[in-house]
Write a protein that binds this ligand. Structure first.
Ligand code: AHR
Length: 659
């Protein structure tokens, strides 16, 4: 025998049988439905990072509208003529305002330009609501001219639209007018001139919103971005984020109580994402709290997701604070615990309760019916269980039906994770938040992650995850494909995994600190990434119960010999959805073999969807927002066995109907 032949024979002999045959049989057992899949299973995680809130989802177009930026109250503004910043304004928590006065010469002008967030994006013919709190300090009346301007224009006029606002009397009052630009522009500015007889005018809370916000709310959300959330059909909505919950110090933690009530009196908070990454530094990134807890609850309701607020447990960010003094001692935690109890009352209490009445006054007398609350984000060491325990006791005593989410720290495994999980079991947390921003090989190796989790312990909330390729830490289709592969394991283990949310959610192309992210935008356009489509497909084909799906008696988790395939199946009434992710670079022939059926019963193929990731390092873009999207699948036939194939680097959902 020639040596070459021996090598070839050995090669074939060593290959697993399934690969040799190049056909993979997926056995789907239809005898009985498996565990229910929670409606909360696939959801969204919101944090004001990457200008996700102010400058993003929150549709306010004016930056520093209350003149409260601490370094310079006129940051974001250009003042001209005679402008004075004063601090005895009508809103206790936002005391600054400006006084515009006669510039002293008929040929001079007094006023202000606002630059917005990376400019003010406006669309031709759309209506924008300008509003301002104003007074004439000396009494009588005065006038302002309000304009949207294009200062880069070579045209005769800078303005895209203008109107005049008359202000009367010494009392502070809210004024508004509607303007509509005659051109579309990514980066206009808002200009306010003191006009007429130029009597001094005081201005506070200068605001500009598109009238066409999500659901038309006045203090509203950018419609395209909110729609991208609704289209995911999310079951859970986590807010207000991860690290910003904790704060760089306790002073700057997210304080939900400051985020409710009249917007004019919600104080500014620091945003840690201003300075967390000095290589992407944003020197005036603050949280206006205009998008606050009421708006989060309202959005949850409108998109059909259960709200999941996360609150500080009295520990400042542990990444940023090694010193224990940065944290609140356990015996001084009562105000933090009270914040959690008050939040539950704000969301669920009767309209005549202390906090429920604030919700009612904001326009929602009915309770929001909140069922989950998270305490602490990425905390670790014994400090965390020590802090969590008194919260659990207090919440359990007052609201025994409330489900409390604890944390397993910032890592997907390792020392803190191994310490915290047993602690969460000991404390009987209802769910445990796990975070994993991990590379390709981690995602490829974790298909079976939850197969052997303790079924009697707390449930899993995969609260922040995304595939972060080494050296390719940006959105691309291959990373999304591996997320889809990993999610087959979430789905198969729906008895233990009750929630999963990709993170982060949003990023402004000119203002990001962290990527990849699920949805990107500039001031006027947005696009949904391939990862968004993965999430959307899981949401759309969530199903009601798991079904056992195996290859040769083993779960299909990308294990050696399984041809790079990951798969899971669910039942939705008479429909069966089989999800198959082919992470290999070759097409795979597969047989869907349905067992546990009555003799005459069959399955009829009813199409499906397929998302291709063969252009591995590409994604959708602002210019080409629907470049890589799922397409309907040509899948026909009927029987107990159906043969088909899955292309290299693809995510397929086969839809079948029981006959
Ligand atoms: O999602 C970005 C950050 O990642 C979150 O704020 C934090 O929880 C995690 O470290």
């Amino acid at each position: 025998m020639k040596i070459g032949k021996i090598i070839v024979s050995l090669f074939w002999a060593l290959l697993p049988a399934s690969l040799l045959a190049q056909s993979f049989t997926l056995d789907v057992d239809l005898k009985k439905p498996g565990s229910p899949i929670q409606e909360t299973m696939y959801g969204i995680f919101f944090e004001d990072i990457n200008y996700a809130g102010d400058g993003g989802l929150y549709a306010e177009l004016v930056k520093n509208r209350s003149f409260e930026f601490p370094v310079d109250p006129l940051q974001g503004w250009k003042a001209f003529g005679k402008v004075e910043v004063r601090e005895d304004g009508p809103f206790e928590k936002n005391p600054h305002y400006v006084r515009l006065q006669d510039p002293g010469h008929p040929h001079k002008w007094t006023g202000l330009d606002n630059e917005g967030y990376f400019g003010i994006g406006v669309k031709e013919g759309e209506k924008y609501r300008f509003s301002v709190w104003a007074r004439v300090p000396d009494g009588g009346s005065s006038s302002l001219r309000v304009e949207l301007v294009n200062t880069a224009s070579m045209g005769e006029n800078h303005f895209l639209c203008q109107d005049t606002l008359k202000v009367y009397g010494k009392e502070w009052k809210k004024y508004q007018l509607t303007i509509s630009p005659d051109a579309t522009l990514q980066k206009s500015s808002l200009r306010i001139f003191l006009v007429g007889d130029r009597k001094a005018v005081d201005l506070e809370h200068v605001s500009l919103f598109p009238e066409d916000t999500w659901k038309g709310h006045e203090n509203g959300l950018r419609k395209d971005l909110a729609q991208a959330l609704a289209d995911l059909k999310p079951g859970i909505f986590r807010f207000p984020g991860g690290c910003i919950v904790e704060g760089t110090d306790l002073e700057t933690r997210y304080n939900w109580k400051n985020s409710v009530g009249p917007v004019e009196n919600r104080p500014l908070n620091e945003n840690r994402w201003e300075y967390t990454f000095p290589h992407r530094f944003y020197p005036n990134y603050y949280q206006s709290y205009g998008l606050g807890f009421f708006e989060f609850f309202q959005l949850s309701e409108e998109i059909g997701a259960e709200p999941l607020p996360i609150l500080s447990c009295g520990l400042a960010c542990q990444f940023q604070n090694e010193n224990k003094d940065a944290h609140c001692p356990v015996d001084e935690l009562q105000p933090f615990i009270q914040d959690a109890l008050d939040l539950i009352e704000f969301a669920n209490g009767p309209a005549d309760s202390k906090w429920g009445s604030i919700r009612a006054a904001m326009g929602h007398p009915a309770p929001f019916n909140m069922k989950f609350i998270g305490i602490g984000n990425e905390q670790w060491d014994s400090l965390y269980p020590e802090h969590l325990e008194p919260f659990l006791k207090a919440i359990r005593a007052a609201y025994p039906e409330m489900k409390v989410v604890g944390s397993s720290g910032p890592d997907s495994e390792g020392k803190q994770f191994d310490y915290l999980w047993p602690e969460m079991k000991r404390l009987k947390a209802d769910l445990v938040d796990e975070h994993f921003y991990r590379p390709y090989d981690w995602f490829l190796s974790q298909g079976a992650r939850y197969d052997n989790y303790d079924r009697k312990g707390p449930k899993v909330f995969a609260g922040e995850y995304a595939c972060h390729a080494k050296g390719k830490k940006w959105n691309h289709a291959y990373a999304s494909l591996l997320e889809a592969a990993f999610m087959t394991g979430i789905e198969r283990n729906a008895d233990v995994v009750h929630m999963a949310t990709y993170a982060p959610l949003f990023a402004h192309v000119e203002g990001w600190q962290w990527r990849p992210d699920l949805i990107w935008y500039d001031n006027l356009r947005s696009f949904r990434t391939v990862s968004w489509y993965v999430q959307q497909l899981y949401g759309q084909f969530r199903g009601k119960n798991t079904l056992k799906l195996q290859m040769g008696g083993k779960n299909v988790t990308g294990a050696p010999g399984q041809g790079g395939l990951f798969a899971s199946a669910v039942l939705d009434g008479d429909k069966v959805y089989v999800k198959v992710v082919n992470t290999s670079e070759e097409a795979r022939d597969i047989t869907l073999n349905f067992t546990g059926l009555k003799k005459k019963a069959t399955l009829k193929a009813d199409g499906g969807m397929r998302l291709m990731a063969d252009r591995k390092f590409e994604d959708n873009t602002l210019r080409n927002p629907e470049d890589i999207v799922p397409l309907p699948l040509d899948f026909e036939g009927e029987g107990k066995q159906l043969e088909t194939s899955v292309p290299a680097l693809s995510f397929s959902i086969f839809v079948l109907e029981r006959q």
